[in-house]
Design a binder for this molecule. Structure first.
Ligand SMILES: Cc1cc2nc3c(=O)[nH]c(=O)nc-3n(C[C@H](O)[C@H](O)[C@H](O)COP(=O)(O)OP(=O)(O)OC[C@H]3O[C@@H](n4cnc5c(N)ncnc54)[C@H](O)[C@@H]3O)c2cc1C
Ligand code: FES
Length: 515
């Protein structure tokens, strides 16, 4: 999904518009000095903020207004209409907020901007120092939130990946396809952490955690004491066993920017690639390498790609979409061996390969938590406040298994937006906010020009309801259990996706299911 590059449209709001042009609860897209401005009305109150989302510049006028917020149609960032504050990731910063004047029944946005206030609450907890292990999606979001919330103590991020923080989802999409330059990938401006007094220890790994002494040991032997700690160590790709990988053909995995660079370099000298795993990552890699004109074969153990997550109807569509772009599937099978220049499948058939990319799932990085004696059960167990079994140690992102109020189950997901939102919530709770984490899970995936958005969480369902037409790329697919829609996958039905998210939050009634 690219950025929204159309120029601003709609009336010049410096000249004023009639009040009647916007109904109560409605909004209008206009412009001020060449900038897009969303004007919204709530009763007698008027709000004006930028039209461009601070993630990938998604068009906020096409989003959903819920109370005093607007949600972005592309990946569900949420902004305050009153202040422009980024209330929920993936928005990376606040958007501009404008003064609105009402004169003689007309509404004007003269152009003056409102400066958002920095929060500071002396009644809250102020741990002496905060250490964050893992500065990816969750860790970065936590550090930025701590400063935003007025925390003044020291913040240290320890991250094994010297390139972090960057836009990890892009590593399998536009960047890998050659459609996005590397300078689009950093999440923050180069001086962000310096100006925010966030100390990042790059390329450093935490190797030991002592929850009683409140101390972390790093791989160079140095130690850090903490008042509160966030574990946000993410996940690592599962590797092919040495029984399968003979070491005679390069096998790549994709988790980091360095991995993505390595695949790009390999693609430059190759003609044929075998992707093992018809997962989201495997398929996004397949699409990106087709864009680089490689011959791509995908080997997957499921009968249809993504079937376990999005069901057979969307699975069939995704398969056909990739086939239209020249991908060849080998499904219901696994590689027996990766040998010299070829992959041999279980039935003995052989696929020529200059290199292999394996996307067969990830494992949460739990070693540090396990060795510190924290409670681990298919993920690091956290409370509804995202605190682990050790007081003062919080967890967020791919490692955390939390009590999800929407399903009533403990769940662990591997979604960018969830990791960022948990980082934010954990940061606020480190400062004593006592905020229950109740965000509705959301992820997106991109295949060529087709985005799939998924809201909610359904590991099992009794039936799938398809509204619209999947083949025509205009659909909403409901995953229903016990008469309740647990999750909704959409293609080009962004408003419905946002409405469903709001309904799970209780901010909107759940849409009726028509049988
Ligand atoms: C290629 C790719 C594409 C993706 N696309 C999407 C998408 O389209 N949509 C979506 O919703 N999700 C997507 N995801 C998933 C999403 O990126 C993850 O869910 C998210 O990054 C998890 O955030 P995190 O903070 O838990 O972990 P990460 O972002 O992985 O950050 C963890 C960090 O911890 C560091 N670390 C680990 N152990 C240690 C240690 N002991 N000491 C110090 N540092 C340590 C790692 O180096 C890493 O930088 C994608 C993932 C990948 C790999
Ligand atoms: S562009 Fe707005 S959330 Fe991604």
């Amino acid at each position: 999904m690219g950025s929204n590059q159309d120029g601003p449209t709609g009336p010049d709001l410096t000249q004023g518009i009639s009040q009647d042009q916007v109904a109560d609860g409605g909004s209008l897209a206009g412009q001020v000095a060449g900038e897009g401005v969303l004007l919204a009305r709530r009763g007698d109150e008027w709000f004006a903020i930028s039209t461009a989302c601070s993630h990938y510049s998604g068009p906020l006028p096409e989003g959903l207004i819920v109370g005093e917020t607007v949600r972005c149609p592309w990946h569900h960032a949420c902004f305050s209409l009153r202040t422009g504050e980024s209330l929920r990731p993936p928005g990376l910063h606040d958007v501009s907020c404008y003064v609105v004047e009402v004169r003689d029944g007309k509404i004007f946005v003269p152009g003056a901007k409102v400066k958002p206030a920095r929060r500071s609450d002396s009644r809250r907890t102020q741990p002496k120092s905060i250490v964050i292990i893992g500065g990816g999606a969750a860790g970065d979001s936590a550090a930025a939130t701590l400063r935003r919330e007025g925390y003044d103590g020291s913040i240290t991020i320890v991250d094994a990946d010297a390139d972090a923080p960057y836009d990890r989802p892009n590593c399998s999409k536009d960047y890998l396809a050659g459609n996005a330059p590397e300078d689009w990938l950093p999440l923050r401006p180069a001086d962000f952490e310096r100006t925010q007094r966030i100390d990042r220890l790059r390329g450093r790994r935490a190797s030991e955690l002592d929850p009683v002494a409140r101390r972390v040991r790093l791989d160079d032997g140095s130690t850090l004491d903490y008042g509160a700690l966030l574990l946000a160590t993410g996940a690592s790709p599962i590797r092919l066993g040495s029984d399968v990988d003979s070491g005679k053909t390069p096998v790549y995995y994709l988790r980091t920017l360095a991995d993505s660079r390595a695949i790009i370099a390999a693609a430059g000298n190759a003609r044929r690639v075998v992707v093992v795993g018809a997962s989201f990552i495997g398929l996004e890699v397949a699409a990106s390498l087709r864009a680089r004109e490689l011959e791509v074969h995908v080997v997957g153990s499921e009968p249809l790609p993504l079937q376990r997550v999005v069901g057979p109807e969307l699975g069939r569509f995704v398969k056909a979409l990739h086939e239209e772009h020249g991908v060849v599937f080998h499904l219901g099978t696994k590689p027996r061996t990766v040998g010299a220049g070829k992959v041999t499948l279980e039935d003995g058939s052989e696929l020529a390969a200059d290199f292999v990319v394996a996307g067969i799932g990830v494992r949460p990085n739990l070693e540090l938590a396990e060795s510190a004696g924290l409670k681990v059960d298919r993920g690091l167990e956290v409370s509804e406040l995202l605190e682990t079994s050790a007081p003062g140690i919080f967890a967020a992102g791919d490692i955390a298994r939390w009590p999800d109020p929407h399903t009533g189950e403990r769940i662990r997901v591997e979604h960018w937006v969830v990791a960022q939102r948990q980082g934010r919530a954990a940061a606020r709770n480190m400062l004593g906010n006592g905020e229950r984490f109740a965000a509705v899970p959301f992820f997106w995936s991109q295949h060529y020009d087709v985005p799939i958005n998924y809201v909610g969480h359904a590991e099992k369902w009794d039936r799938i309801e398809v509204e619209g037409n999947i083949a025509e790329r205009d659909c909403a697919v409901r995953f229903v259990r016990g008469g309740r829609t647990l999750a909704l996958a959409t293609i080009y039905r962004d408003k419905e996706s946002l409405e469903f998210e709001a309904s799970l939050e209780g901010a909107r009634p759940q849409p009726e299911i028509v049988l």
